[in-house]
Design a protein around this ligand. Sequence first.
Ligand code: R1P
Ligand code: URA
Length: 290
Amino acid sequence: MEKIKDSELILNPDGSVYHLNLKPENIANDIIFVGDQDRVESITKYFDSVEFSTQKREFKTQTGTYKGKRLTVISTGIGPDNIDIVLNELDALVNIDFATKTAKSNLTSLNIVRVGTSGSLQADIPVDSLLMSAFAIGTDNMLRSYGLENATNQSIEKSFVNHTNWDLNKGLPYVVSADSDLVKKFKADTVFEGITVTAGGFYGAQGRVLRLKLNDELLNDKIDSFEFDGLKATNLEMETAAIYGLSKLLGHKALSLNAIVANRKNGTFSADPYKTIDELIQFTLNKIIE
Ligand code: R1P
Ligand code: URA
């Protein structure tokens, strides 16, 4: 095994990984991702106990047990660039030997569930709904730094590019899927299922106009009429495709769950987003222990 250079896998003086500030023993195999640092404790307040806490920049981590199951909750901050850091460093924690800086021969697969917020693109998926992302379309380009081989669904990619007449100056969107075992486990009558579009920004990248003109003013209308295999493009957020793509490439299982806080079709925003997020948190914790 070739040694990974110190400039490529950076460890802090205490042996923890550079951005996340974590050592291998600090994390569980089942991990919940949230965007917001404050959401970590909105989840761990339900735990039996918390054994470990740390924070560096936007990456706050707590590990503990929920009804006897060891879980880690970590905040990723906003966007696919942060997911690149979080997934590579979590993978290093389980699959690289920090003493020799070489890849382990027996690889560990983590179970990752995102508990995030999102904006619906469909009038019939109102604010305060819960939604599971069966597929994700990444419009952010982060994943295209990696050799993708068979990690993406090229037939959905082609169909999306044709349907939206996508401007390829913005890069080629990539399509990735949730882990099928996690989809089965988290399926529920109370949870919508759809294709999530991951954007590299909150405003222009999601078709929001404040003072600037957009590259394509009709883009959201073209996205919300996109359907593949009976599933519609349902919502916009900023991490899911990056999580699915990197998890697949690194051999981890991932699922993204969304509390719908905005509805872009009718221009509404939830009157109490924290209530909906709490509903999603309780749903997630109870499914994780099944
Ligand atoms: C934007 O407000 C943020 O909210 C969504 C988006 O993906 C983006 O990170 O998720 P979180 O609430 O988990 O951060
Ligand atoms: N998060 C997003 O990225 N977009 C929304 O519309 C709502 C939450």
